[in-house]
Every structure is written in C-alpha cells, then in structure tokens.
Design a protein around this ligand. Structure first.
Ligand SMILES: [Zn+2]
Length: 416
C-alpha cells in the first residue's frame, strides 16, 4: 500500500514544520493564487520562515488559474539553483501545476489542499492543458499531504460539493470497473474495489454534514478523497475511481476548452454525469435475460467508418489519437462482436448483480443536491444536449468497458 503521510487536522502547520525539520528540508517554493495565498499560503510562509526556513512564493494574480504553459512557465521562471521543496497551496489546478514543475526540476513537493474539491491530490499524474488540449502527464505524487481543516471547511460550498460529486461518481466507476472485468478482461482488484466502496459509503452517510460544511463532514470528505487517490496509486491507474462519469466529464471539459468557455469544477461535472450514467444502469436493471437475448440478436456491430466519423466530429484535434486508443473496439470483426454478445449473456447474472449496487438516478440526485451540487446541466452553464452528447460520445475517449459501451449493444441509449 502507498505510504504517503497524510495529516488532516485543526492545525496542519505545526505538523508541517515538524515534518520539514525531521527531513532536513530547508528551502521551499510555495505556489498559490490570489485566493489561496491569503487563506493558507501566507500562514504557511510565515510558519516556515518563523522556523528559520527559506521560502520563495509564487502567487498567481489572474482571476482563474489554468494548468497550462503560461502558468507552468510562471513557476519555472522563479526556479533557481537552490534545490527546493515545492509547496502546492490550493486545489487540483495549483497542485497539478506544482506537481509537474517540481517533478521536471527533480524536486519533491508537498500538497496543502485549500478545498476538499477533488481526489487527485495524491495522484502521480498531472491533468494539464497543453496547446488548449487537456492532457494527462505522468509526474509524481506528493511526499506528504497536510490538510488544514479550518481552511477546508471555509472553502466555497461549490468546491466542497465538487469533492462530494467526485466521490459520488465512484458508484458508477465501481460498477463500470466490474463490467470491464467481466466483459473486457480488464484487471480488477476486489480489495481495492472494497476500499473505494468504503470511501463512497463514508461520504454518503455524511451527506448532510458535508452539505453544511461541518468540521466532521469535511474531515470525512477529505479522508475519502485522499483514500480514493491512494486506491488509484496502489492500482497503478485511475480505473478504480473513474468510469464513464469521468469520461463524460472529460468530454465536457474538452468541449468547454475548445469553445473558449469558462471551466467548470471537475467534481461538479462528475456528479452531474453520474446521474445520467445511473439512468443507464436503471434501464439495464429493467431488462430480463429474454429481452437481452432479443436485443443482442438485433444488435449490429458499429461500423468502423461511422465510428471514426463520430470521433472526428466529437473530438476534432485529438481524433487521430483516439483512433489508436479505440483500436480494440474499432478493429472488432463480426466474430469478435459475436463473442462479446455471447459473453454478455454468459455473465448476465453477474451484470445484473453489479447493476443492483448502483443507486437510482433519483437517489443520486437527492444526495448530490443535499451536498449543494447542481443536478441540472443549466446549473453548470451546460445544455441538456451537451450532457447527452457526453453520454453517447465520451466512451470513445478510453479503451475501457463501461455502461455506455454495453449500452450500445443493448440499446440502452436509445431514445434518451
Ligand atoms: Zn475525479
């Protein structure tokens, strides 16, 4: 199991100073923005300087921080000959900027989250925007995480709701992962799946506390986010914690970026997209074996040329990369497709059992709105059609089996 020391407490600054002293860390580069510096960065800087340590700070003044060349370069410009430990004071975006710069300058970094907004703090990969295209780049996990509970609880409710949405998505991710295991031979770990399920259940049982941002609710949410991140790290990729709800969110994120529209918090999109995916699982539950046999007999193999055209239309500049990613699906011949259909029937009971674990759409919507999340696309500045398109097109982003892939063979997406 991954051993990244994590401290979540009323005062995370003392343990941070202790940690730095214990490891003989003396020089730091703190990265923050105009929101996170006043709420936490300033205190961190003062605390370490008060302890006789050397701290240089980069504070972004822009109203919105994007993990792109511009911001990465601002941090790189401040780098000097001194070997420094980077301090990421912020949520996911600042953490990812710091993750990549520290890694590429052969330094380490410590994460100091300012909002419980995402499960990526402990991730080894950075989610960046390179030439206006969202890209995931391998870098490094933090050497430690120090989460200051007071700062987290005072974060904007929209960010707290986004963290909750990122966890709520595990209800879909876990079911999709099992589908991938049964139908597409994807590696699966029951132990890690169980750990992810615990993060989900812990958050669901603390929904109203999280909605009210009580210290206890925020502590539980942050624990779940950190644990979920560790599950991905232990498994070696994001599969345990990301299914079609994440691909849908990525699809929307790329669309907003291409169209120059304001970004929407990752977890807010994940929570919303989980509702759509839950609807598909609901439709799956309503099918009995006889109906599945009929539908599969009628199902025709998607045409390669037509799928490639859809990928070009939906993804524009990255279409060529997706042809490679999707090759296992695009290259299926009639015999392969027949085998897949056969496999779906062979595993029908298992498929129904995993679908039974997915909460209904209404249940997820109720939970997410209690936590302050938007349950309608308009609440995030998106249209119904865009979310619909995410449901039908986003599965082209990954060579992983999800309810959307299964839905194509069983007609679950028809008439949505
Ligand atoms: Zn996520």
């Amino acid at each position: 199991m991954t051993d990244i020391p994590v401290t979540i407490g009323e005062n995370a600054l003392e343990p941070l100073l202790q940690f730095c002293n214990d490891r003989g860390l003396t020089d730091f580069m703190l990265v923050a923005d105009k929101n996170t510096f006043p709420v936490l960065g300033k205190k961190v800087e003062a605390s370490l300087q008060g302890g006789g340590l050397n701290v240089k700070s980069v504070v972004f003044s822009e109203p919105a921080v994007v993990p792109d060349e511009d911001f990465i370069f601002q941090v790189l410009l401040r780098a000097d000959q001194v070997e420094r430990t980077y301090l990421a004071v912020g949520s996911g975006t600042i953490t990812d900027i710091t993750r990549i710069v520290s890694h590429r300058t052969r330094c380490k970094f410590i994460s100091l989250p300012t909002a419980p907004s995402v499960d990526g703090f402990t991730s080894p990969s950075a989610s960046l925007v390179v030439r206006r295209i969202k890209t995931t780049v391998m870098a490094q996990p933090p050497m430690a995480v120090f989460a200051d509970l007071g700062t987290l609880a005072a974060a904007p409710q929209a960010m707290i709701a986004a963290g909750y949405g990122d966890i709520l998505g595990k209800a879909i991710a876990l079911a999709d992962w099992q589908l991938g295991h049964l139908l597409w031979d994807e590696p699966y770990s029951p132990e890690i799946a169980m750990r992810v399920r615990k993060t989900l259940e812990a958050c669901i049982s603390a929904t109203s506390e999280i909605g009210q941002a009580t210290p206890d609710g925020i502590r539980k949410l942050m624990f779940s986010l950190i644990d979920s991140g560790k599950c991905m790290l232990d498994f070696g990729n994001s599969r345990p914690a990301a299914g079609c709800e994440h691909y849908m969110a990525h699809f929307l994120e790329m669309k907003l970026l291409r169209e120059g529209r304001p970004a929407v918090l990752h977890g807010a999109k994940v929570g919303l997209c989980s509702l759509q995916a839950a609807e598909l699982y609901g439709r799956l539950r309503q099918l009995d074996r006889a109906q599945a046999v009929t539908r599969l007999a009628e199902a025709t193999q998607p045409e390669r040329a037509a799928d490639m055209q859809r990928i070009r239309q939906a993804f524009g500049p990255i279409a060529e990369n997706l042809f490679v990613e999707q090759a296992p699906f695009l290259d299926m011949n009639a015999a392969d497709f027949g085998l897949l259909k056969q496999r779906i029937l062979e595993h029908w009971d298992g498929i129904q059992a995993l679908a039974a674990e997915v909460p209904t759409r209404d249940k997820l919507a109720d939970l997410f709105s209690q936590a302050g999340g938007a349950i309608q696309p308009a609440g995030l500045g998106l249209s119904d059609e865009e979310v619909q398109q995410a449901l039908t097109e986003s599965h082209f982003l990954r060579n992983r089996f999800t309810i959307c892939k299964l839905g194509r063979s069983l007609g679950l997406l028809d008439g949505l």
